[in-house]
Ligand binder design. Structure first.
Ligand code: FAD
Length: 477
C-alpha cells in the first residue's frame, strides 16, 4: 500500500488543493495532517483572532474529511520533527504540501524538506495560495516591481491563471483507527476579549468561504462604488477565508471571470475585485523580495522618522477612544468583529501614524493580533502604504481629515452609530465632529463629551502641522 502524508497549513480546503489532489490520485493511503506549534518567541506567531479562526477552520476541515471517509490528523509540536516521525510511523513514502509564502514558513519548509529527505521520504510542494509564484512575477530584468500598475499590467498579459481543481475523490482512511487528537487538545483557541463577538460575524471553513463568494456575486455590480463605503456591506469579506486558504485566489478569479461573461452589468465590479486580488498578489511579491518588510520600511529614509512613541495615545487608539468618531468606529469594529473595512483601515492607520505620530509597526502589531484576516503580506503592505514608507505608497504629506472623510464615506453616520452606540442619537449633521455640536443637541442625544464619549485627543490642524514638520526632517535631501 503506497502511503502519503498531506501537510496542511494555509490551504484549509478540499477544492483547488493541488497537494491533496495529487496525493489522492497517486496513493492508495492518504493521511491529511496539521502540525501545531505555538512558536513561542516567533515575532509573527498567530494573533488572538487568527487563532480563533484557525481552530474553527480546522474543525470544519476535519468534518469535511470525515464525511469523505478520512480525517485530519493533528500533531502537537514542530513540523520539522513531527512530520518525519509520523511518516515513519505511517510507512509514508512521500509528503505533499502547498507552499506558504511567509519568510518564517518558507524557512521551516526548507528544514522539513531536509529532514524528510534525510529520512528517505520524498517531498512535493505546490502553489495553492497565489495566482502565480512570487519569484515568477518580477520585471524582465529580474528586479521586483515596486509600483502596482506595471505589476498589474504584466500579470494581465501573462494570460489566465490555471483553472481551479475540483475537490478530489478523497482516499478513505485505511489504517486502524487509533484515537486522534482533537482541535481542543492543541490549545489553539484563545479566550477572546469580552467585546469580541467573532462567532456572530463569521463562518470559518470552506463552506463559509463559498457562501461569502456567492453572496458577493449577487451584489458585485455595485462593488466599484460601494467598496469605498464602510456603512454598506459592499465588499466580499473574503479576506479571512483567503488568509486561511479556505478558498484560493484561482477559484475567486475564475468565478469572477465566469460571472462577468454571463452578466455584463457585473463587469465593472468584478474587474475591480480582480484588481484587489492582484493587490494581494503584489503584497506577496514584495514580501518575497523584501522579507524584512514586516519590521522595516521599504524607503530607508523612514528609519530616521521622529516617531513620538507614547503609550497613552496608542492605548486610546486601540480602545477606539480618540474622540474622532470615524476612527473610533473603525477600531471598535475591529474589536467586535475581528475585521475592518478597507477605507476604515486606511483612516484608522493614517490617524495613528500622522495625527498621533506613533510608529506604524505598533499599529500593525495591534491589527495582527485582532484581525481574523491578519496576513503578513497584506498587513505590511497596507501599513507601509498608509505611512508613505512602502512601495507605491500614499505620500506621507497627504493627510486625511477624519471629519471630511467621515462625511464623505459615512454620510448618514450609520457606520458610526453601529459601532459607537453612545453616539446613536447624535444627528448626522454633527456626528463626525460632535465637539462642534450645540450643547442642546448633545444633551438631547444623551451625550456628555469627556464622559460618555471623549473630546478629540488632538486637534486636526495642529496634528497635521506636527506631522508635516516631522516629515520635513527626513524628506530634506
Ligand atoms: P474586498 O474588497 O472584497 O477584496 C477582495 C480581496 O482582495 C480581499 O479579501 C484581499 O485578499 C484582497 N485585497 C483587497 N484589498 C487589498 C489591499 N489593499 N491590499 C492587499 N489585498 C487586498 N488585508 C488582509 O487580507 N489582511 C490584512 O492583515 C490586511 N491589513 C491591512 C492593513 C491596512 C492598514 C490596510 C490599509 C489594509 C489592509 N488589508 C489587509 C487590505 C484590505 O483592507 C483587506 O484585504 C480588505 O479590507 C478585506 O476585506 P474584503 O475581503 O471584503 O475585501
Amino acid at each position: 500500500m503506497a502511503s502519503a502524508l498531506v501537510w496542511l497549513r494555509g490551504d484549509l480546503r478540499m477544492a483547488d488543493n493541488p497537494a491533496l489532489d495529487h496525493a489522492c490520485n497517486e496513493h492508495d493511503d492518504v493521511v491529511p495532517v496539521f502540525a501545531w506549534h505555538a512558536r513561542d518567541g516567533d515575532a509573527w506567531a498567530l494573533g488572538t483572532a487568527s487563532r480563533w479562526w484557525l481552530s474553527h477552520s480546522l474543525r470544519a476541515l476535519d468534518k469535511s474529511l470525515r464525511k469523505a471517509g478520512n480525517a485530519l490528523v493533528l500533531l502537537r509540536g514542530c513540523a520539522v520533527t513531527e512530520l518525519p516521525a509520523l511518516a515513519q510511523k505511517a510507512g509514508a513514502k512521500a509528503v505533499y504540501w502547498n507552499r506558504v509564502y511567509e519568510p518564517a514558513a518558507m524557512a521551516q519548509e526548507r528544514e522539513v524538506e531536509a529532514a524528510l529527505q534525510a529520512a528517505g521520504v520524498a517531498t512535493r510542494a505546490f502553489n495553492a495560495s497565489l495566482l502565480h509564484e512570487p519569484w515568477h512575477s518580477g520585471k524582465k530584468d529580474g528586479e521586483p516591481y515596486l509600483v502596482f500598475t506595471p505589476f498589474w499590467r504584466a500579470l494581465m498579459t501573462r494570460g489566465e491563471p490555471e483553472e481551479p481543481l475540483p475537490a478530489p475523490e478523497i482516499v478513505p482512511w485505511k489504517r486502524e483507527r487509533t484515537p486522534l487528537l482533537k482541535v481542543e487538545d492543541l490549545d489553539i483557541e484563545p479566550s477572546l476579549p469580552a467585546d469580541a463577538h467573532l462567532a456572530e460575524e463569521w463562518k470559518p471553513g470552506e463552506a463559509g468561504a463559498q457562501q461569502a463568494l456567492a453572496r458577493f456575486l449577487e451584489v458585485c455590480a455595485a462593488y466599484a462604488v460601494d467598496r469605498e463605503r464602510p456603512d454598506v456591506t459592499g465588499t466580499s469579506r473574503l479576506s479571512p477565508h483567503l488568509r486561511f486558504g479556505e478558498i484560493g485566489p484561482r477559484q475567486v478569479w475564475h468565478a469572477l471571470r465566469n460571472h462577468m461573461e454571463r452578466k455584463v452589468s457585473a463587469e465593472r465590479g468584478c474587474d475591480a475585485l480582480l484588481r484587489q486580488i492582484v493587490w494581494r498578489e503584489f503584497g506577496y511579491h514584495l514580501l518575497h523580495h523584501h522579507p524584512n518588510l514586516p519590521d522595516q520600511c521599504l524607503r530607508p529614509e523612514f528609519a530616521r522618522f521622529p516617531w513620538k512613541r507614547e503609550e497613552r495615545l496608542l492605548h486610546a487608539w486601540q480602545q477606539g477612544r480618540t474622540g474622532y468618531p470615524i476612527v473610533d468606529a473603525a477600531m471598535r469594529e475591529l474589536a467586535a468583529s475581528g475585521w475592518m473595512h478597507n477605507r476604515s483601515r486606511m483612516l484608522a492607520a493614517s490617524f495613528l501614524v500622522k495625527h498621533l505620530l506613533q510608529p506604524w509597526q505598533d499599529g500593525a502589531r495591534w491589527f495582527w493580533d485582532r484581525l481574523v484576516d491578519a496576513d503578513l503580506a497584506n498587513n505590511t503592505l497596507g501599513w507601509q502604504w498608509v505611512s508613505g514608507c512602502g512601495a507605491d505608497a500614499a505620500p506621507y504629506f497627504r493627510i486625511f481629515n477624519p471629519v471630511l472623510q467621515g462625511r464623505k464615506f459615512d454620510p448618514d453616520g450609520a457606520y458610526v452609530r453601529r459601532w459607537l452606540p453612545e453616539l446613536r442619537n447624535v444627528p448626522a449633521a454633527c456626528i463626525h465632529e460632535p465637539w462642534k455640536a450645540p450643547a442642546a443637541v448633545l444633551s438631547a442625544a444623551g451625550v456628555r463629551l469627556g464622559e460618555h464619549y471623549p473630546e478629540p485627543i488632538v486637534a486636526h490642524d495642529s496634528a497635521r502641522r506636527a506631522a508635516l514638520a516631522a516629515y520635513a526632517t527626513i524628506s530634506r535631501p
